[in-house]
Design a protein around this ligand. Sequence first.
Ligand SMILES: Cc1cc2nc3c(=O)[nH]c(=O)nc-3n(C[C@H](O)[C@H](O)[C@H](O)COP(=O)(O)OP(=O)(O)OC[C@H]3O[C@@H](n4cnc5c(N)ncnc54)[C@H](O)[C@@H]3O)c2cc1C
Length: 349
Amino acid sequence: MKVLVLGFGPAGSSVAIASPNDIEIYLYDVLERPRSFCAGGLTIWDIREIEGYGPQFKKAINKATMTYAKEAEILGKSKKARIYINAKDHKLKSLGVIINRRIFDLVLLKEALKRNNVEVLKTRLDQRKYDVVVDARGMSSLPKLPDDDIELVAQAYVDVGYLEPKLAITFWKDLSKTGYFWEFPEVKSGILKVGFGMSLKEFRKRRVDMRKILEKYMVRRGISGKIVEYKVGRLPLTKPKLEYLYQGMFKVGTSACLVDPLTGAGIRYAIRSGFMLARSGFRKDRYLNDMKETVELFGKRYRIKKILWQMPQSLVDKSLEALEKQFNILIDKIDPAEFPQSWLLKNFY
Ligand SMILES: Cc1cc2nc3c(=O)[nH]c(=O)nc-3n(C[C@H](O)[C@H](O)[C@H](O)COP(=O)(O)OP(=O)(O)OC[C@H]3O[C@@H](n4cnc5c(N)ncnc54)[C@H](O)[C@@H]3O)c2cc1C
């Protein structure tokens, strides 16, 4: 069987790494090397799962690790809304790692290419020559979703020098009525990734200048340094459906909307889906069946996102009980260890 894999981010490379020996895998990417932009956060639960897929994945995490995030803070407008969580208080060694995505993706690709059945194509060949096509093209192949289901993400790479291994997630509604900010440090390189995400629908309505908003955020947070890179992209802001996994071709990772609508995290799901597809031997029924549980899990998480996204500032500030209640309902259903971000949010006040 000949399989063409379009895109070699984590999803595409995972397909190749986990593919059976007797299947020929041809990888093709529009770029010379993977260049996805990403905050690079992997929780300790993400790491456990990813490492479980084999030594190649463990190697990628080890080589690409920039820092261990030991602390996280969630900031709101009022003083009351400020929280500060130290991982040690919660008997966790660390909240997770921040990886350099370029290194991570390259290590995975190199590991894939060590296999005899895997080859990189220099030019895209006629798709009809292949028995199966896998779409791992990430954000550029998102299914035609309504604007409301797309998150517009802007991320600046700021050279600030010395950094603390601390993450921050911020909701300051006076800077932007909807959306949120994040700070993910790459301690070893002294680069702070400062991001801002909002729904595409809101963006079209308000016509905001995302870069200006990010710059205002940086001033408020006292972040000074040169912006060495600035990128804008899209992420799915909706729960994936089973039918997104197969639309005339197999879909893995972001192209199947496998990104957590609350946290934006998707590396784990990119690898999981790539691995599952290869393990299914590229059989549609088996792949859909193996991914069913994953897709169902997203449904529960989606509710949290909706709550946060639509919540007016007065609710964030005042209706703490309601918020707590909402999260408790969800946390009852989800093992908190499976969803550290909801655990952070549960401790919001
Ligand atoms: C700002 C931001 C922050 C994020 N933060 C996190 C985080 O902290 N933690 C986390 O887990 N996830 C995070 N994510 C999500 C994560 O980046 C994605 O879930 C992950 O990269 C998905 O992997 P993928 O292989 O599906 O797609 P990608 O990594 O996007 O790879 C797709 C590949 O396809 C290639 N390609 C595109 N078009 C074509 C084409 N026509 N033909 C061939 N190849 C093509 C691209 O060049 C690329 O190499 C973040 C995303 C963004 C945008």
